[in-house]
Design a protein around this ligand. Structure first.
Ligand code: MG
Length: 276
């Protein structure tokens, strides 16, 4: 897609944000708002991101929702916004509303037993120190390992977990820096569909994400909103627009905030381009 075409998607969305009483801004967390850290509990947002989101929330014009693979309770202290926005955790298994109330999808016994099997297999392979345990899933991380080690570990885990996943109809999901075995539904696309159903059909909407699991959300948004890949390097994606963090992400959020305030959303670069 041409750069001008991508820019016009952004301009159109921001114009609608400026004119609409309510809009919806959906954001993945890790890799999108916060750079990856080997220590996952240190993954705080890029400087300036939390303050901008806070201001966007304060305008009362945009519903900000975080949609993450993490537990919702981990996101809130990392993000550090008071009052906390709505957070969907575990790819949509959990929903924590702005009033603090939380909903959790119940898991069936077969899925739980399969996750126990997946964990037993990790124990037998002495791999538990790479694992992150979440409700409804186990993620195995290899961030920080060398290429060769990563490849070996990935092959081993896929071999060990595939049989368990196939038997119990669990999903095996690659993500940036690891692989996850998890109960099959919902995914981020389902989250997007639920949230869209709660908004008026003409409310401008955008989803920002970086990872393979965000592709379902990009697809669910087709024809209904702006899909944005946030990533240092481009990759094949269903998203309409690619932003390089942190500068282009900060620029986008700054312009979204200006749109909520009813201001012109042209950024400095646009102005300079127009002058040229
Ligand atoms: Mg991510």
């Amino acid at each position: 897609m041409l750069k001008s075409e991508r820019q016009s998607h952004v301009e159109q969305t921001l114009n609608t944000v400026r004119q609409s009483p309510h809009s919806l801004l959906l954001l993945d967390y890790d890799g999108t708002l916060a750079p990856f850290r080997t220590q996952r509990d240190q993954a705080i947002p890029y400087p300036g991101v939390a303050a901008l989101l806070h201001e966007i929330v304060r305008t009362g014009r945009t519903r900000v929702v975080i949609v993450s693979g993490r537990e919702a309770t981990e996101i809130i202290p990392l993000l550090g916004i008071e009052p906390a926005p709505e957070v969907w955790g575990l790819h949509g298994l959990q929903r924590r509303k702005t009033n603090g109330s939380a909903q959790m999808t119940q898991l069936d016994e077969q899925s739980l037993n399969a996750l126990l099997d997946a964990d037993r297999w990790l124990t037998s392979q002495q791999l538990r120190h790479h694992a992150e345990y979440k409700t409804g899933s186990i993620a195995l991380h290899w961030r920080g390992l060398g290429n060769r080690e990563t490849e070996n570990l990935r092959d081993r885990v896929l071999l060990g977990w595939k049989r368990i996943a196939d038997h119990a109809h669990l999903d095996l999901l690659d993500f940036d820096g690891g692989v996850e075995i998890r109960v099959p539904a919902p995914d981020k696309g389902d989250v997007v569909r639920v949230l869209l159903s709660e908004m008026s059909p003409d409310a401008p909407t955008a989803f920002l994400g970086d990872d393979a699991t965000d592709e379902r959300a990009f697809e669910a948004l087709q024809g209904r909103g702006l899909s944005v890949l946030v990533r240092p390097r481009w990759r094949r994606t269903a998203a309409q627009v690619w932003l390089k963090p942190p500068e282009e992400l900060l620029d986008f959020l700054t312009r979204w905030l200006a749109a909520c305030r009813g201001q012109n959303t042209m950024n400095q670069r646009n102005v300079e381009e127009m002058k040229a």
